[in-house]
Ligand binder design. Structure first.
Ligand code: HEC
Length: 179
């Protein structure tokens, strides 16, 4: 029996098999390594979520700025209840911001927040409680000045805050029906 042709085929398919197997192993190794390379040496498992602390600017855009705007729009619509509600939320957001970031630009951040915003927030609360539009306007501008004084003090004077202009937030209905 002549086995030569059979063994020739068998050798080449064996070689092909080995080649594909090594490609699979190489690809698998590459994919398994990728997440580790991004997570750094300290990472334990690629499936473990990385703790994400939103930066000061993330929190400004996500929690401070929209509330500052909504307080204005609520007053413009005569919805004093919502203005009061959102002022409380703004205070809470400033508190959480300071706890999340104890230091900003080498400055104790919670103390800075309190010293800059404490008085204007108090004045705004008084204006809202008294439903006084003129007093509200002055207090709101004083709060915006407070935002800006901190931005200037902490080297971010380019961020300038003022009264919201134009229509926005169309998904919020301030003239609610029943309370
Ligand atoms: C105690 C200090 C402080 C106060 C008060 C403050 N901010 Fe900021 N704000 C910062 C700092 C610091 C940054 C820059 C953060 C960064 O980019 O690292 C910032 C950035 C911002 C930004 C830009 C974020 C971006 O990524 O575009 C907005 C908008 C903003 N603040 C809104 C406000 C508003 C509105 C108020 C007042 C209701 C306010 N801030 C009060 C410290 C403050």
């Amino acid at each position: 029996m002549n086995l030569a042709p059979f063994s020739a085929v068998s050798k080449s398919s064996l070689a092909l098999g080995l080649l594909s197997a090594s490609i699979v192993i190489l690809l698998t190794a590459a994919f398994v390594r990728l997440p580790g390379a991004h997570a750094g040496a300290a990472s334990t498992s690629p499936t473990q979520p990385v703790t994400y602390l939103p930066s000061i600017s993330d929190l400004m855009i996500g929690t401070i700025q929209p509330r500052h705007e909504r307080i204005w729009r609520a007053e413009q619509s005569g919805d004093w209840d919502f203005a009061d509600y959102e002022l409380g939320n703004l205070r809470g957001a400033f508190g959480r911001l300071g706890r999340a970031h104890p230091v900003a630009e080498n400055t104790p951040f919670p103390e800075m927040i309190e010293s800059v915003t404490g008085q204007p927030l108090e004045a705004l609360k008084g204006a809202i409680d008294r439903k006084d539009n003129a007093e509200f306007g002055r207090a709101y501008d004083a709060l915006s000045d407070a935002c800006n004084s901190c931005h200037q003090a902490l080297n971010h004077g380019t961020v300038v805050i003022g009264r919201p202009a134009g229509a926005s937030q169309p998904d919020l209905i301030f003239e609610k029906a029943a309370p």
